[in-house]
Ligand binder design. Structure first.
Ligand SMILES: Cc1cc2nc3c(=O)[nH]c(=O)nc-3n(C[C@H](O)[C@H](O)[C@H](O)COP(=O)(O)OP(=O)(O)OC[C@H]3O[C@@H](n4cnc5c(N)ncnc54)[C@H](O)[C@@H]3O)c2cc1C
Length: 295
């Protein structure tokens, strides 16, 4: 089923996109966030899209992120932003992306909100970390992402992690060469834990972004054993990924959970990627077609 998804017409693919995407427009996404907040989840919004090659478009996306910050504040939502550097101009130049991030950060500063730079493929790791360092020296409510599949990540983290550092650790989603990345799932998990332990030992704020229930349980036992306070970490998941009741359990146990909420007209490519990542999703979506999302 998953292999046939990319050739399906958009109207049909939309059925599968439903659980993963919070609509095509900002107001709908904000409604989803409000409803998540009511259920005890924090959120982070991402406008779908990447690899913007047109300066005018990069500026317009930047303005959309600025409007989002205002609306989030107007609605008093517990929600920050996650932004792909290539979406706001990194493929045009680092300078363009930096200028656009500065505009967003200025508005974030007005509302005291937080901005995270998502991490893309390894060709952009250095650029992204440099933009992050620049942004962070200017406004400290900024964070970045560290990918556990990259062999370089431990060294990156050793340079970055201190008590004011805030990073999302995730496994990493792009296809990377074996010379620079781990492919064995167990090695990736182990590296995830090592990265988490470095951040914990340096008193950084850690965001554990995973749907891997075994990994979540390992993280929970580290949190318990090291008696880490719940204002020093959070769990993060992608909107719509089935978690079999784990999120509700985490909330009940007083752990912070943030849901990554993507929205926008470029939902098609994003959803196809999600479905390819988990072929079971196709049957899951069919089974749940007439049920409401569990969030
Ligand atoms: C909040 C958040 C932000 C992220 N940001 C980035 C980023 O900036 N850069 C980056 O490279 N990667 C990012 N990722 C993706 C991440 O790197 C992984 O590719 C993805 O989360 C799958 O890894 P996993 O840890 O969930 O474990 P896996 O072992 O891959 O998955 C565990 C279980 O969850 C299911 N599952 C996992 N992901 C999905 C999905 N998307 N759709 C349906 N089922 C799924 C799997 O089928 C499996 O059953 C992010 C992930 C999250 C949760």
């Amino acid at each position: 089923m998953s292999k046939s998804i990319p050739i399906l017409p958009k109207w049909f693919a939309k059925i599968f996109a439903g659980p993963y995407v919070a609509g095509e427009n900002m107001d709908l996404a904000l409604e989803h966030v409000a409803s998540l907040n009511k259920k005890g989840y924090a959120a982070t919004i991402d406008i779908l899209g990447e690899h913007t090659r047109d300066t005018v478009k990069a500026t317009s996306i930047t303005e959309d992120y600025c409007s989002l910050l205002k609306k989030i504040d107007d609605m008093s939502l517990d929600c920050n932003l996650s932004i792909k550097p290539s979406h706001v101009g990194l493929d045009i130049s680092r300078k363009t992306a930096m200028q656009n991030f500065k505009k967003i950060i200025n508005i974030a500063n007005t509302y005291s909100n937080f901005i995270r730079l998502d991490m893309e493929d390894s060709s952009q790791t250095d650029n992204t970390l440099e933009i992050f360092n620049d942004c962070n020296s200017y406004y400290d409510k900024t964070g970045v992402v560290i990918q556990a599949y990259l062999k370089r990540s431990i060294k990156d983290l050793e340079k970055l992690a201190d008590s004011s550092f805030n990073a999302r650790i995730c496994k990493g989603i792009y296809k990377e060469n074996r010379t620079i990345s781990y492919h064995d799932p167990e090695k990736i998990r182990n590296n995830f834990i090592r990265l988490a332990e470095i951040m914990i030992s340096r008193d950084s704020y850690v965001c554990f972004a995973t749907h891997d229930l075994v990994l979540i349980d390992k993280i929970l036992s580290i949190i318990k054993n090291k008696k880490i306070k719940n204002d020093k970490y959070e769990f993060q998941v992608l909107y719509g990924v089935p978690m079999g009741g784990k999120l509700e359990e985490l909330i009940r146990q007083n752990h912070k959970v943030r849901v990554y909420v993507p929205f926008g007209s470029e939902w098609y490519e994003y959803s196809i990627r999600r479905i390819k990542e988990n072929p079971n999703i196709a049957s899951y979506v069919l089974k749940n077609l007439f049920k409401k999302n569990s969030y």
